[in-house]
Design a protein around this ligand. Structure first.
Ligand SMILES: C[S@@+](CC[C@H](N)C(=O)[O-])C[C@H]1O[C@@H](n2cnc3c(N)ncnc32)[C@H](O)[C@@H]1O
Length: 279
């Protein structure tokens, strides 16, 4: 049984990295006229109320979106992400945090499509109601890893897969690696974005080595940690592994991550990293 609820973590510093990168990837896909497909393996509820009891339990958004919300100096590279957060809210007060499905939906053009997978019985109801009657969006109550095999490659032949697991099962990284390696073999030209938490550095590095040694070219790593590696147990940060990322996204991330670090780790701790694992 699944127990993870993203509502406890919505809008935290890890969401900011994930959703900022997601926005940049989709913006890059929009540069060509041809339609694309966005596929998400672990979609969550789609939208989160920052005033409900899940979000208020640890108030994680205070280490993330709250720090960005009132800043007058949002960099250009973050404008579309922040516009998605603003459009989920009515006025100047931050109450709703859009999950990746809503952020992505805002960046689809009329010919683009989106497929969302979610397994949790509560989250799927919320997700379905958010996109009811939306003909560009298909919502599946199914295992996102298995869906990769069934739904790829998309008819559009261009697009993006976001894989954002909850990391609540013991062999998650193995399942993630095996499924993504297979998916990439089925669709060698697709863009794949894989989010992962950074808690224990050796565990993280082992995941990187697996991708690095799998013979998959063009893997870019972007990491943002708000705490130093030496801090034990706590979630220090997160990373995105990007397979076949669009041209120049490495330069954009090298510009964006230092700014995000300064805002999200204003205590002067933490680090950022953008590097090619394979070329
Ligand atoms: C980190 S949350 C997703 C958050 C969302 N991507 C966002 O950024 O707004 C992970 C979600 O995956 C769901 N989940 C866990 N295992 C799954 C599986 N095998 N297939 C599909 N969904 C799964 C969980 O119920 C949870 O809602």
């Amino acid at each position: 049984m699944l127990s993870y609820r993203h509502g406890y973590h919505a809008g935290n510093f890890a969401d900011v990295l994930k959703h900022a990168v997601l926005s940049l990837l989709l913006l890059a896909l929009r540069k060509k006229d041809k339609p694309f497909r966005y596929l998400e393996t672990h979609a969550g509820a789609g939208r989160y109320d920052l005033r409900d009891k899940l979000a208020l339990k640890n108030a994680e958004s205070r280490s993330g979106i709250v720090r960005l919300w009132e800043r007058p100096d949002i960099p250009t590279l973050l404008q579309d992400y922040m516009a998605a957060v603003r459009s989920a809210n009515d006025g100047d007060r931050l109450r709703w945090y859009p999950g990746s499905p809503l952020i992505a939906r805002r960046l689809l053009r009329p010919g683009d499509t989106m497929a969302l997978c979610e397994l949790h019985s509560t989250e799927i109801v919320l997700l379905r109601s958010l996109f009811a009657r939306d003909r560009q969006v298909t919502v599946y109550h199914r295992d996102g890893y298995a869906a990769l095999n069934a739904l790829l490659p998309p008819v559009e032949r261009r697009g993006l897969v976001l894989c954002d697991p909850a990391f609540e099962i013991k062999d998650e990284r193995t399942r993630l690696f095996d499924s993504l390696a297979l998916a990439r073999a089925k669709w060698p030209t697709g863009i794949f974005a894989i989010w992962h938490p950074i808690q224990e550095r050796p565990v993280t590095e082992r995941l990187y080595r697996r991708f690095e040694n799998a013979g998959i070219p063009k893997i870019l790593l972007a990491e943002l940690c708000i705490l130093p590696d030496a801090t034990t147990k706590a979630l220090k940060g997160s990373g995105m592994l990007l397979i076949n990322p669009p041209w120049r996204i490495d330069d954009e991330l090298k510009e964006l991550l230092p700014w995000l670090l300064a805002v999200l780790a204003s205590e002067g701790t933490g680090s950022w990293r953008v590097e090619w694992l394979t070329t």
